[in-house]
Design a protein around this ligand. Structure first.
Ligand SMILES: CC(C)(COP(=O)(O)OP(=O)(O)OC[C@H]1O[C@@H](n2cnc3c(N)ncnc32)[C@H](O)[C@@H]1OP(=O)(O)O)[C@@H](O)C(=O)NCCC(=O)NCCS
Length: 287
């Protein structure tokens, strides 16, 4: 528990900070009223790897309506920014659906940066197109013979947790716990691991819900990332296998998000005929 920043403005409030680990780390900070203990606002942040290679902290902040315009969100933001700096994040990223959120972010120095696009596609044609692209990449010798894609099992967890902690920040223990939970959860049974010569080198996390699935994230060892000479085959073979398995299980539709600036992903989405079903304006504050 910590005194709120700017004590003269927040004489009656305190900030509580807690930490949970989720795909690396995430941080929740809550503003409570001194005395009553009433929660006045909360903010949370978690890391995401940007296609530029930087780690950004994505955050959300909310303050209860009667306590707005008293600097509570500003204090919560200052806490999260200080924490993100210690974790060597290059920037904070947020999006706001409401006008007051947009005004708040603008007042605190966030600038419109790029758009997050949500895509949806039918799994059958998508899986077929991915299988064809993979077969072509293999014919051209782009995929090493020792590369194979397997379900996420307990043996891969330790190696992947170490890799994730290096790529995204946070502790190995936290990443390990999260990945072990994914491996044990039937909803995430479409999650797949890329191995090269038996060594885990990447993961695509995919969640199934009835006849739909979502592919929320993937990560690949740095030396195999697109732009480092891999031409994107690791993401391709991971997605091909995960969605091929989804199709075999009768899953019909798939959704995924990617940044407009992530050219390999948006080009792949276009090429595979995925429909863009929504966009979000992201705002960024470099720290
Ligand atoms: C946006 C929100 C978090 C702001 O909380 P808050 O505690 O009122 O914010 P602060 O008091 O720290 O405001 C800091 C500055 O932001 C700007 N601001 C905040 N709310 C504003 C509003 N409704 N209209 C215009 N400017 C606003 C002002 O410049 C303000 O400084 P000032 O009061 O000295 O003029 C709160 O309105 C909220 O919970 N909204 C719903 C959720 C949301 O949109 N979250 C933001 C995106 S993650």
């Amino acid at each position: 528990m910590r005194e709120a920043l700017g004590a003269e403005r927040h004489a009656c409030r305190m900030l509580l900070t807690g930490q949970t680990d989720d795909l690396g780390w995430s941080r929740l900070t809550v503003a409570v009223e001194r005395g009553s203990g009433l929660v006045l606002g909360a903010a949370a942040a978690c890391p995401r790897l940007h296609s530029s290679g930087e780690v950004h902290a994505w955050l959300a902040v909310r303050v209860v309506a009667p306590s707005r315009r008293r600097g509570i969100a500003t204090s919560l933001l200052a806490e999260l920014a200080a924490d993100a700096r210690t974790r060597e994040c290059a920037a904070l990223v947020a999006h706001a659906d409401e006008e007051e959120g947009v005004s708040f972010l603008a007042a605190r120095g966030f600038r419109a940066s790029e758009r997050l696009m949500k895509h949806r596609a039918r799994v059958g044609p998508l899986a077929a197109a991915l299988a064809e692209l993979e077969a072509r990449a293999r014919r051209r010798g782009r995929v090493p013979p020792g590369a194979r894609v397997v379900p996420l099992g307990p043996l891969a967890v330790a190696a992947l947790a170490a890799m994730q902690a290096t790529l995204v920040g946070g502790t190995r223990e936290g990443a390990s716990k999260r990945l072990a939970a994914l491996a044990a959860d039937p909803a995430w049974s479409l999650t797949r691991v890329l191995e090269v010569d038996g060594v885990p080198q990447g993961l695509v996390a995919a969640r199934r819900s009835g006849d739909a699935c979502a592919v929320p994230s993937h990560f690949i060892a740095r030396h195999l990332q697109a732009g480092e000479g891999s031409s994107g085959w690791p993401a391709l073979v991971l997605l091909a296998r995960s969605l091929g398995d989804a199709h075999a299980l009768g899953v019909e539709s798939c959704s995924f998000e990617c940044l407009e600036t992530n050219r390999p992903m948006t080009a792949l989405a276009d090429r595979l005929g995925a429909e863009c079903v929504g966009t979000r304006e992201l705002r960024i504050l470099r720290i």
